[in-house]
Design a protein around this ligand. Structure first.
Ligand code: DGJ
Length: 729
């Protein structure tokens, strides 16, 4: 194979073009918009055209961007592999050592460097929605090799001059931040031993001013729930690239001869606008082996209703109220096991508490089943309180780098699940509970960072990597034993949201903050990676437990229905009006969840500060639901029109406000086209007790008019929303 050959993976408007030749590194020629059919001659010409001119003071031949990036040819940025054998063999030159295996949607490239006795197998996948997946396995054929890190990166063009990624904290997960893509490295390290409320989640580079619909955008996501990095690099070589990988602690991966290290999959999504980038992640998640059903049950979680106060009578009353309003799944949260009457003790002892539940969970499980609901249960399998039977019996199973335990957080420590006996103990206790009761759902929590997480059974060696893999194994084994069980990934709220944990779980808890004002933003940006049906989205009590703000049920519900709906509210304290209205919203959701949980996510650009418009459009573009949301009164700007996207330009659509329950208290002035008759527009809360009432005729317009001219929205009070239904006529 003397001449270079090319692998051209194409899907849904995306191309990835790689150049390879036996005995040479693999080069990335293009990742971005579809190039169409590319003959080898054109690929050759493109590869030649992509070679940078020689720069004075650089090495004497063109510096190439290879996969993985290598310093061997003169690239002086972050190398793909950092590692050594006692200071030697730290600059490998990985070259193709056998012809690749190429399929229409993937290729496998076997690279090796004889001198350093290392092999690297690369898998590049083009998923059906146009998402690219990169994964490498490094094998050591020599004496012990210390892997410091192995990252995978792709080049982006010079015109990508703005970066956007996410930040956050507990209660305010996934908040966007933007900056220029200037010289240097924008490095997002995550050393918390979990994905993190403040994870970058998706790191984007795009052309100036890119938005939801416009501008070219390239993005990466490191699918890993332990320590990890995302980075954007721009240096004197003139290349810009985006990369990601696992963050390894000192000595964490020491490969003996014949051993391998596999990286997490690093996903790369290209699109015009952020919505297209998100759509590729959504298509990937929706295409997984066991996608969730769009008819997934409306959930009630008892946490904010009762906290640790587990009282059968109270919980049965709550279950009755839940069933009455249309809830389909009832989840008992923290506090049912061991000595766990508050958060200071009992964690890790997964045995039903005789004190709190003298007759076991049976009476509640039966009650819930009798009301026609599924039963779900909370676990935090990786964690222990030092004041627990398991910690007393096996203190050596607690992750610690030194003799002393790490600083406690929420009075807890982390169990070393990579110790087989420890893994088996947790699995056995969980299995006993899951076998005894009819349980269809686990809320899998994880409430502290992994600080100084070392393996005491091996002298305190760093253990985050092994722990992360052990958690995935435990989730997989629980699912293998109990295939009917769905798992929710929760971590102090939304601290474990990534595409690796979503291989084993069926939804993520977005945040402990259920205040709809904040949730509007958190749902919007969690959607950059996760489709709505995988986002736990609850309606909480009027006064938010995390912010203290009070909101109408209308706004709480109009916010929550754009995810997997649940309720987290003490319904025994709700009055009849609230219950009727909540029932109406749940009925609305249940009738529309096939669209809400399967549509294409659309977020509108160009709204003034304080206004958000977002929605879902059915794949056939015949139906859509959009929310017009006012979070704050815009400063002296003209009334923004409601301008939609994602419809067929030539088709006729009816657009009508879909008021559910009561009229939003802030709906002070509906637009003329939104009223059945001016006089009959209801203006008192409580006038509309039923789902879907009243039926406004709305307005019929071509898709092009709705997408380019738009219509006048209602005038709202801040923290109000109106849902609009769009139906092809
Ligand atoms: C943190 C979670 O995010 C909450 O929803 C709740 O399950 C508590 N943990 C229970 O301890």
């Amino acid at each position: 194979m003397p001449d270079p050959s090319y692998v051209h993976l194409r899907e849904q408007g995306v191309s990835l073009l790689l150049q390879y030749r036996l005995g040479h590194p693999v080069r990335v020629v293009h990742w971005g918009a579809d190039l169409g059919d590319v003959e080898d001659a054109s690929a050759e010409a493109l590869a030649a055209a992509d070679l940078p001119a020689h720069r004075i003071n650089d090495v004497d031949h063109p510096v190439l961007l290879t996969l993985p990036v290598s310093g061997h040819d003169g690239y002086t940025g972050h190398p793909g592999l950092s590692g050594s054998r006692d200071g030697r063999d730290w600059s490998p030159n990985f070259v193709l050592h056998r012809p690749p295996t190429v399929a229409s949607d993937s290729c496998r490239l076997s690279l090796a460097d004889e001198e350093t006795q290392l092999r690297l197998d690369l898998t590049v996948t083009m998923y059906p929605g146009g998402l690219v997946g990169l994964r490498a396995t490094l094998t050591n054929d020599g004496p012990q090799y210390n892997v410091q890190d192995l990252v995978l990166a792709l080049p982006v063009p010079a015109r990508a001059d703005e970066l956007l990624d996410l930040a956050g904290r507990w209660g305010r997960e996934r908040v966007p931040q933007r900056r220029s893509f200037t010289v240097g490295t924008h490095l997002r390290e995550q050393r918390r031993g979990r994905t993190g409320a403040d994870a970058a989640t998706v790191l984007h580079a795009g052309t100036g001013g890119f938005g939801f619909a416009g501008g070219e955008v390239w993005a990466v996501h490191t699918a890993w729930s332990g320590n990890h990095v995302h980075y954007a690099e721009f240096n004197h070589t003139g290349y810009k690239l985006l990369g990601g990988g696992e963050l390894l602690l000192p000595g964490e991966i020491l490969l003996a001869e014949g051993e391998s290290y596999r990286t997490p999959e690093v996903f790369a999504s290209y699109g015009v606008g952020l919505d297209e980038v998100a759509a590729r992640f959504h298509a990937y998640q929706r295409g997984r082996d066991r996608p969730v059903d769009t008819h997934r049950p409306v959930t009630l979680n008892v946490w904010e209703a009762v906290y640790f106060d587990h009282d059968l009578t109270r919980l049965c009353a709550l279950a009755e109220r839940a069933a009455q309003v249309g809830v389909e799944r009832f989840v008992l949260d923290d506090g049912w096991f061991g000595s766990r009457r508050d958060d200071t003790s009992g964690l890790g002892d997964w045995v039903v508490s005789k004190e709190a539940w003298p007759n076991g969970l049976g009476p509640l499980v039966d009650k819930v089943a009798g009301l026609g609901m599924q039963f779900g249960l909370w676990f935090e399998p990786e964690m222990v309180n030092p004041d627990s039977d398991v910690a007393r019996a096996h203190p050596e199973r607690i992750l610690a780098a030194r003799d002393e335990w790490p600083a406690p957080a929420r009075h807890q420590q982390v169990l070393n699940l990579a110790v087989p006996e420890c893994f088996d103990h947790v699995l056995t206790q969980m299995s006993a509970v899951l076998s005894e009761y009819a349980i269809g759902y686990i809320k899998w929590d994880h409430n502290r960072d992994l600080v100084e997480a070392g393996d005491r059974t091996h002298g305190g060696r760093p253990a985050v990597h092994d722990q992360t893999l052990a958690v995935y194994r435990l989730m997989a084994e629980v699912k293998r034993r109990f295939p009917q069980v769905e798992i929710e990934s929760c971590s102090s709220g939304g601290g474990r949201v990534d595409l690796a944990v979503l291989r084993h779980t069926d939804r993520v808890w977005v945040s402990d903050n259920i205040d709809p004002h904040d949730r509007q933003e958190m749902l919007r940006w969690t959607s950059q990676l996760v489709p709505p049906e995988y986002q736990g989205s609850h309606i909480a009590s009027g006064r938010s437990h995390t912010t203290g703000r009070t909101h109408d049920l209308n706004f709480r519900a109009a916010t929550a229905v754009f995810g997997h709906l649940g309720v987290e509210w003490d319904l025994t304290a709700a009055d009849d009006t609230d219950l009727a209205e909540l029932g109406a919203w749940i009925a609305f959701y249940r009738a529309g969840r096939d669209l809400l949980l399967s549509g294409t996510t659309i977020r509108l650009d160009g709204c003034p500060d304080g206004v958000m418009v977002h929605g879902v459009v059915s794949p056939d573009r015949e139906r859509a639901l959009f929310a017009y949301v006012l979070l704050a009164n815009p400063l002296a700007s003209p009334t923004p029109r409601l301008v939609l996207r994602g419809l067929r330009p030539q088709a006729q659509y009816r657009l009508r406000p879909r008021l559910v329950g009561t009229v939003p208290s802030g709906l002070v002035a509906p637009p003329w086209w939104g009223k059945p008759e001016p006089a009959s527009f209801p203006d008192r809360p409580g006038d509309l007790a039923e789902a879907g009432v009243p039926s406004y005729p709305g307005v019929v317009l071509p898709g092009a008019a709705l997408m380019h001219a738009g219509v006048m929205p209602p005038r709202l009070h801040p923290d109000q929303a109106v849902i609009f239904e769009v139906t092809q006529t």
